[in-house]
Design a protein around this ligand. Structure first.
Ligand SMILES: *Cc1c(COP(=O)(O)O)cnc(C)c1O
Length: 412
């Protein structure tokens, strides 16, 4: 496959060499270091082409067929295509594809269902809740009364007894399930049952696993949740952005919560790129990809455990792994620094026992590059050597370059 990435276009280099050099450098960085950030992926050249298209010029407040601006006939077609493809892909009656990000989708979901001061039950931030799940630094924590459930300190699994208990005691208006770091499948049927018992809405924030859902490699929250919020840029491999899936009853409330309540003009180039990504995600090739992402994550988790890392929940069902490097004699922050120096890029995260920082990694990007179980074993061994401080930095860097050179994200 030969690829011309839009931002490499000669026109940019000719007009603005300073910026062109930054973009070229970032492509080099992405291609020559190991991308293990669980929330990242490599979009296809087709998605990048839609993002760099003249749809970026178009103002389109409102929805297809009901815009505040003229000249929207063609962007209406693009948005209808994105909506139809998303609804079909996830088996939802309605999809709003205008949310600018995962956080914007959650903001709109709350706006659709809640009033300021309402009580919301969500996974606490120390256990992997997102900022929009009640952080005091975020609108959610300031405008709503969040009650946090957690995970079992031993097993790392969501404490279902506690969820039920807190729901009965606090009678929340909404329950949120979804996380930035939970490596296991979420039991949506359980959350639905608790929500029904206490008369709460169920909001699934499936920003991370939604790409696995698209490929049939993780359970679909759509049949259970009143609203499903998601991003389009994580395992799903689309452009940076958000979406909300729901039934017909809430469709109008959701649409009005996005525009005009929390957003202005839709970003039509991004919506077109979402349509491209939904089209890709509906193919058998993507289903195979999603399965391989999980196979790779399991292989990597097993290797990390064999190297001595304490793997949260003992493994993973998804693309995402969190580990405590303490048994290797260091903490998460130091480990991340050593790995970064070797060209291995990942995040720190909270740990279930609330003690120190762990490492969070994912296999979405390396799987897009074509890596498999053999490479996961190699990466796991390399990670352990670097974290232990036993790997020669130059040698580790060379191994990363060899691996990434054999699996370029944008060949050609
Ligand atoms: C990534 C994520 C978000 C936010 O997405 P942004 O596009 O960064 O705003 C929200 N919730 C969860 C659970 C996430 O994983």
């Amino acid at each position: 496959m030969s690829v011309t990435i839009p931002y490499e276009a000669d026109v940019l280099r000719a007009q603005d060499p300073e910026l062109a050099e930054i973009l070229a450098g970032e492509l080099r960085r992405q291609s020559t270091s190991l991308q293990l950030i669980a929330a990242e992926n490599f979009t296809s050249p087709a998605v990048l082409a839609a993002l760099g298209s003249p749809l970026a010029n178009k103002y389109a407040e409102g929805y297809p067929g009901a815009r505040h601006h003229g000249g929207c006939e063609l962007v209406d077609m693009a948005e209808r295509l994105a909506v139809e493809r998303a609804a079909a892909l996830f088996g939802a009656r309605h999809a709003n594809v205008q949310a600018h990000s995962g956080s914007s989708a959650v903001l709109a979901a709350y706006a659709a269902l809640l009033r300021p001061g309402d009580t919301v039950l969500a996974l606490g931030l120390p256990y992997g809740g997102h900022l929009t799940h009640g952080s005091p630094a975020n609108f959610s924590g300031r405008w709503f009364d969040f009650v946090a459930y957690g995970v079992d300190a031993e097993t790392g699994l969501i404490d279902h007894d506690q969820v039920r208990h807190l729901a009965r005691n606090h009678r929340p208006k909404a329950i949120v399930c979804g996380s930035i770091a939970y490596p296991r499948h979420i039991d949506y049927a359980f959350f639905r049952e608790v929500a029904d018992e206490v008369g709460a809405y169920l909001i699934a924030d499936a920003a991370h696993p939604i790409g696995l859902v698209a490929g049939g490699a993780a359970p679909n929250p759509v049949p259970y949740a009143d609203l499903v919020c998601a991003t389009t840029h994580k395992v799903l491999r689309g452009p940076r952005g958000g979406m909300i899936l729901c039934g017909s009853e809430l469709a109008e409330r959701v649409d009005r919560a996005v525009f005009p309540f929390t957003q202005g003009g839709a970003q039509m180039h991004t919506i077109a790129a979402k349509a491209v990504a939904f089209g890709e995600a509906a193919t058998p090739a993507f289903a195979a990809y999603a399965r391989q992402v999980v196979v790779n994550a399991r292989a990597l988790a097993a290797r990390l455990a064999a190297e001595g890392f304490a793997v949260t929940t003992g493994g993973t069902d998804t693309h995402l792994i969190t580990v405590d490097p303490a048994p290797l004699g260091t903490d998460g922050r130091t480990a991340r620094g050593r790995l970064a120096a070797a060209g291995i890029v990942l995040d720190c995260c909270a740990l279930p026992h609330g003690d120190g920082r762990g490492l969070r990694l994912g296999t979405a990007a390396v799987t897009t590059q074509g890596m498999g179980e053999a490479e996961m074993a190699r990466i796991g061994a390399l990670l352990a050597a670097v974290v232990r401080g036993r790997a020669e930095p130059a040698g580790a860097r060379a191994e990363v370059r060899e691996l990434t050179g054999a699996f370029p994200p944008y060949p050609g």
